[in-house]
Design a protein around this ligand. Structure first.
Ligand SMILES: [Zn+2]
Length: 389
């Protein structure tokens, strides 16, 4: 089914005048509204506890946004279906009506029971909405590769990664942040913490960038240079089209390793929560920006802060660019450790060299393990042969 979904909706041109653009706006907004309406209906299981006080405080604004989204989706859907005879416009209109039915019954902020498990559907909807609103126009106006379509090859797979990483936020923090948090709080009288926390928040923010980037530089380098780790990281490099959504393509093992390595110094040095929070928002946004299909070059800044130009070279499949530009934020680490590559022209071809990585989300998950499964099969096959002899 997902093969059919990819065949139908990937590499799809949204030409004007056929109702495709209005159908795209209608269907995508309708899906966001559907998920949003479900969050309003089942908040105790579908929303992130950290964000719930915000919803209670601004309940009317969030509910109004949902209704506005439904109206926008239905309006574009109706235009596409009636004026342009586009059936996807009709589907968008139907989805908007379902969202309206689901959302209509909720008129008051409920008192939520605290359950041990939740899914971050709200986190998924809000992040996707904000990022799409920022990056789709940005890439449209300042595209590095203007030929690249919004619905380019691989977007369905990348959207699954995006959804999985946001909805599964509890699972990820349970496996990475929580064990470290537990361990660190059990270190008695950590002498570094008061020294770090005595500094102003802005200074802690800069220190976080420097310290975490140093640890992730080496993890990233190890992922390229250690074959076992590369098999997981190769999934991220398998994309042949760079844009904001391509940043989501990360194998779960890589996500867990990176978060663990990034979180360790944060807790070990005891940075203030405000500095950590500001850092996480900034670095997450920056990580998406450096993957985006934009032509900004930042002539001087590109040696101080990682830019799309710098990171696109990291994804390049051109020979001189292979295993270069590991830093997520500070290119100086690549200069110091001799792994920098930044010629005068921009990168243009991306992807892995010498590997045929499958396109589907599930197959990409199993791909790094396949080699070991095959080895096991061979081994068992051989041992049974020996027994027979
Ligand atoms: Zn890499």
């Amino acid at each position: 089914m997902t093969d059919q979904l990819r065949a139908k909706f990937e590499n799809l041109e949204l030409n004007a005048g056929l109702g495709k653009i209005s159908a795209f706006i209608s269907v995508s907004t309708a899906f966001l509204c559907l998920f949003g309406a479900l969050c309003f209906l089942f908040p105790s299981v579908l929303t992130t506890p950290e964000l719930r006080p915000l919803y209670t405080q601004h309940y009317d604004a969030f509910y109004f946004s949902l209704m506005l989204g439904i109206v926008i989706s239905a309006g574009f859907g109706a235009f596409s279906a009636i004026a342009r005879q586009n059936r996807y416009g009709f589907y968008g209109l139907c989805l908007a009506l379902i969202a309206a039915v689901l959302g209509c019954g909720v008129i008051k902020a409920p008192v939520l029971p605290s359950l041990p498990f939740y899914a971050g559907f709200d986190y998924f909807v809000l992040t996707l909405f904000i990022l799409a609103l920022v990056f789709i126009p940005l890439e449209g106006f300042f595209a590095k590769n203007p030929e690249q379509k919004i619905l380019r090859v691989g977007w369905v797979t990348d959207m699954k990664y995006f959804m999985f990483s946001h909805v599964g936020i509890q699972l990820f923090s349970f496996l990475t942040v929580m064990p470290i948090q537990y361990w660190i709080t059990h270190i008695p009288n950590n002498p570094i913490v008061p020294l770090v926390q005595a500094q102003p928040i802005w200074l802690q923010f800069i220190e976080l960038l420097i310290v975490v980037d140093f640890t992730t530089y080496w993890l990233h380098r190890a992922m390229h240079e250690v074959n076992f780790l590369w098999r997981f990281h190769a999934i991220h490099h398998s994309t042949e089209h760079m844009d904001w959504l391509a940043s989501s393509r990360l194998h779960i093992v890589e996500v867990l390793m990176t978060r663990f390595i990034a979180t360790l110094p944060i807790f070990l040095l005891g940075f203030h929560t405000s500095a950590v929070f500001a850092y996480l928002i900034f670095i997450s946004f920056h990580a998406i920006f450096i993957h985006s299909n934009v032509r900004f070059r930042f002539p001087y800044l590109r040696w101080i802060i990682a830019t799309p130009e710098f990171h696109h070279w990291h994804h390049s499949s051109e020979k001189p660019a292979i295993d270069k530009n590991y830093a997520a934020f500070i290119p100086l680490y690549d200069v110091i450790f001799k792994s920098v590559y930044m010629p005068n022209h921009l990168a243009s071809v991306y992807g892995t060299v010498g590997y045929k990585i499958p396109n589907s989300f599930v197959k990409q998950f199993t791909w790094p393990f396949k080699r070991y499964v095959n080895r096991m099969k061979k081994r068992f096959g051989n041992s049974s042969d020996i027994k027979k002899d």
